[in-house]
Ligand binder design. Structure first.
Ligand code: SF4
Ligand code: SF4
Length: 356
């Protein structure tokens, strides 16, 4: 389990268990939920449409066997049902906000009854941007509920009437793969529900989402040129676990993600000029487009200049060598911000005939 999330979860559970620290525990829970929602937001803003219905671990035993879109739907449907129908006895966010229509979902249930290909087919039908808006609306609504709880509420338990109310909404399928959920929730008190649908359930599914997206990126990256048009080596980029490489649809480069079509200015310019990369351009040294607009990434320009002189293979070998020799995340930590000095450092670590 992600250590930061797991630590916050443990801390929250310990704090809400005592009256004196209950309010602090709720703050930690809201903070944890914010971290987790930020992770979903990163996924939603980074990957192409097809990513949300892929099942790279189909048939595996675990939450990672689902799709990204299913995971989002499932986490927030469960939370919506538990927060509104079970605890608050009022209307679910799904119905109040007409989210079934907005998301394009063919179902109102948690999705537990779906299996294999059905999960992929269901996921294809969802409008992921609208789904994320639904996730945020449920989160806001539950956060208000959590803030309104007192320590004494934690021991509140549920009755047969509560159980029947859930079933009457049709929000949980009567299929045996799903219907057990109703008893599972109703056997807990509110403290138990905070632990499962409102915190740990998120962590488990969002970790699975990270695993799914990492796998999709690895698959996308296979056989694709790892040298970015701006000169960066995608194989050595600190984002490599989360990015399929900048020549694939799974490009999560922060510069590309600033644009609606996720095409950065360096890529657009190279395509327009018919270049494989900026290393083929005579204007490279003076260029301030895209990635070159930031002074602290002159290191990337140094890599492009190096590629022009020695080629891509030599750049990859040199980067391997630098990573063996030093511990660093971003290349500017080693090459610095000065273009010429950066180039010299690369040349000193290469096998190529030196120009210096
Ligand atoms: S700035 Fe553009 S070319 Fe460079 S890594 Fe990002 S997406 Fe790729
Ligand atoms: S003008 Fe700049 S962005 Fe365009 S190809 Fe040349 S170096 Fe790259």
């Amino acid at each position: 389990m992600n250590k930061e999330w797991s630590d916050k979860n443990k801390k929250m559970q310990a704090l809400i268990g005592k009256e004196a620290t209950f309010a602090e525990g709720v703050d930690v829970l809201l903070d944890l939920r914010n971290d987790l929602l930020t992770q979903i937001s990163y996924i939603v803003n980074s990957y192409p449409e097809e990513a949300y219905y892929q099942m790279p671990f189909a048939g595996a035993d675990g939450y990672h066997s689902k799709t990204l879109a299913y995971s989002m739907w499932h986490i927030f449907r469960i939370e919506d049902i538990v927060a509104h129908t079970l605890i608050k006895c009022d209307e679910q966010v799904l119905f109040a906000g007409d989210w079934q229509k907005k998301t394009g979902s063919p179902i109102i249930t948690t999705g537990n009854e779906l299996d294999g290909e059905e999960i992929a087919e269901f996921s294809k039908k969802l409008d992921v941007k609208a789904l994320f808006e639904y996730c945020k609306a449920v989160t806001d609504s539950t956060n208000k509920l959590l803030r309104s709880l007192s320590y004494r509420d934690l021991k509140r338990r549920f009755s047969e009437e509560d159980r029947n109310r859930i079933l009457q909404t049709g929000s949980v399928s009567t299929n045996e793969a799903a219907v057990w959920l109703v008893d599972y929730w109703c056997e807990k008190d509110i403290r138990g529900l905070i632990k499962m649908p409102f915190s740990r359930h998120w962590i488990m599914h969002i970790e699975a989402m990270c695993r799914i997206s990492n796998k999709l990126c690895q698959k996308a990256r296979k056989g694709v040129d790892p040298i970015a048009r701006c000169g960066l080596s995608c194989n050595h980029c600190f984002l490599k676990e989360w990015c399929g490489g900048c020549r694939t649809a799974y490009n999560t480069c922060s510069d590309a993600c600033r644009y609606p079509d996720r095409t950065c200015p360096n890529t657009s310019c190279c395509i327009e000029k018919g270049f494989d990369g900026c290393y083929e351009c005579d204007e490279l040294r003076e260029c301030r487009k895209g990635f070159y607009e930031y002074d602290d990434v002159n290191a990337v320009k140094a890599m492009a200049l190096f590629t022009r002189r020695y080629g891509k293979k030599e750049l990859l070998k040199t980067m391997d060598r630098l990573h063996r020799e030093y511990e660093f995340e971003k290349i500017q930590e080693i090459l610095g911000n000065d273009l010429e000095e950066g180039l010299i450092i690369l040349e000193k670590h290469s096998d190529g005939e030196l120009y210096i």
